[in-house]
Write a protein that binds this ligand. Structure first.
Ligand SMILES: NC(=O)c1ccc[n+]([C@@H]2O[C@H](COP(=O)([O-])OP(=O)(O)OC[C@H]3O[C@@H](n4cnc5c(N)ncnc54)[C@H](O)[C@@H]3O)[C@@H](O)[C@H]2O)c1
Length: 372
């Protein structure tokens, strides 16, 4: 099979390419090497057998040329950031996906499968349980609440503290520009796919971890921030009280899900959560990174700052994908170990760890709570 991976020079795309080539597929990568993800140009980790085409998924000419020569598409190209340039999210993520389907339909291309990367962010805060009102779907916490240092999610009916739930695919509540654009990608994949008989699958990844995650992307994961701090023997800052829960997923399990979605007929026309199946608090996660980095003696700083727009808890129910025979098997310890090893192998990383934080401070994304 010949597979096009859009965004294939990135973190998940390059690992997916390796796995496809390993099993004998031909792979084309369409990637515009966007900054700041690729500040240093073509990444050196790309598989020599993967054919890289440098181009934009919003460019109909180059997109059509690459689509003409493939049997299937894994559509990963995306704009991910905290920046308030709302239109860029829709231009890259939504318009890019619309163009993908438009070109397939207009040119009657015999594409056998399209796998579209969605994101756990479409859940927003996800589902919670209130002891009085049962299942509730709170919106993000008001900034006034966060400024008081009042971190928990509260029932929208009565204000009591509510308990997070594993959130299934049937739920969505996107609340920011990225999540809205990812939900639109997911909906297009399922609607256009069904309407025009283009077998499509949408995968809602949780926070994915592993080597090759760009150091420069401001949409930064805790893995990168903590690992970079410990690399420089500095204490990282943990936001809020550090008790936020996340179901981090290992990149190998995401690659496994991508390949399954390419192959398994039963998945067509549906979306699936791809999560780690196990919740970790950010504090617990910090200790894992510290231990692997050999820095257990460095305590993180928890000064009560918060990142504007962060969800309190993000944990996806993976029952549906498990029903397809998929099971997360990579551990958080493994993905962090591989990441730290990769980080140590980089040359010229002095100064980059301040890059994202400075960026976010200048954007007023990280804010102080006024709690005493
Ligand atoms: N990494 C995660 O934790 C995570 C979680 C949920 C969803 N996702 C989704 O998974 C996909 C892959 O993410 P990733 O972590 O590998 O990110 P990444 O930034 O490493 O890779 C994305 C790639 O897309 C390319 N790209 C961006 N705009 C483009 C354009 N207009 N045309 C062509 N290429 C373009 C970038 O150059 C980059 O190589 C994205 O769709 C993302 O939204 C990722």
């Amino acid at each position: 099979m010949k597979v096009l991976i859009t965004g294939g020079a990135g973190f998940i795309g390059s690992h997916t390419a390796d796995a496809l080539i390993e099993r004998g597929d031909d792979v084309i990568l369409l990637d515009n090497l966007s900054k700041p993800v690729h500040l240093k140009g073509i990444p050196t980790y790309l598989h020599p057998k993967a054919k890289l085409i440098i181009g934009d998924v919003r460019d109909p000419k180059i997109f059509l040329e690459t689509l003409k020569s493939v049997d299937a598409v894994i559509h990963l190209a995306a704009y991910q950031d905290y920046l308030p340039d709302f239109s860029t999210f829709f231009s890259v993520n939504a318009v890019g996906t619309a163009l993908l389907y438009e070109l397939i339909v207009a040119n009657r291309l015999p594409i056998k499968r399209v796998v579209v990367a969605s994101s756990q962010s479409v859940n927003g805060e996800g589902l919670y349980r209130c002891e009085i009102h049962g299942l509730v779907a709170p919106s993000s916490r008001p900034v006034e609440q966060l400024e008081r240092g009042d971190w928990p999610m509260r029932c929208p009916e009565c204000g009591r503290e509510a308990a997070w739930q594993w959130t299934p695919e049937s739920f969505s509540h996107p609340e920011n520009q990225y999540a809205l654009s990812k939900e639109s990608q997911e909906k297009m994949a399922l609607s256009f796919g069904r309407k025009y008989a283009i077998p499509s699958v949408a995968l809602r990844y949780s926070i994915v971890q592993g080597p090759r995650q760009s150091f420069y992307n401001a949409y930064s994961g805790a893995c990168r921030i903590f690992a970079l701090h410990y690399y420089f023997k500095k204490a990282p800052t943990i936001y809020e009280d550090g008790l936020m829960q996340r179901d981090f997923v290992n990149y190998r399990d995401v690659v496994k899900a991508n390949l399954l979605a390419l192959d398994d007929e039963r998945m067509i026309g549906q979306q699936f959560n791809v999560g780690g199946g196990k919740p970790y608090t950010v504090k617990e996660f910090d200790r894992i990174v510290a231990k692997i980095s050999g820095c257990e003696d460095i305590e993180p700083s928890i000064p009560g700052v918060f990142r504007f727009g962060d969800t309190r808890n993000s944990c996806s129910d993976i029952t549906k994908l498990r029903g397809m025979g998929w099971e997360p098997s990579g551990t958080v310890q493994e993905s962090v170990s591989e990441y730290v090893e990769w980080l140590r192998g980089q040359a010229d990383i002095g100064g980059i760890f301040e890059f994202a934080e400075k960026n976010m401070r200048s954007l007023n994304v990280i804010r102080d709570a006024n709690a005493d």
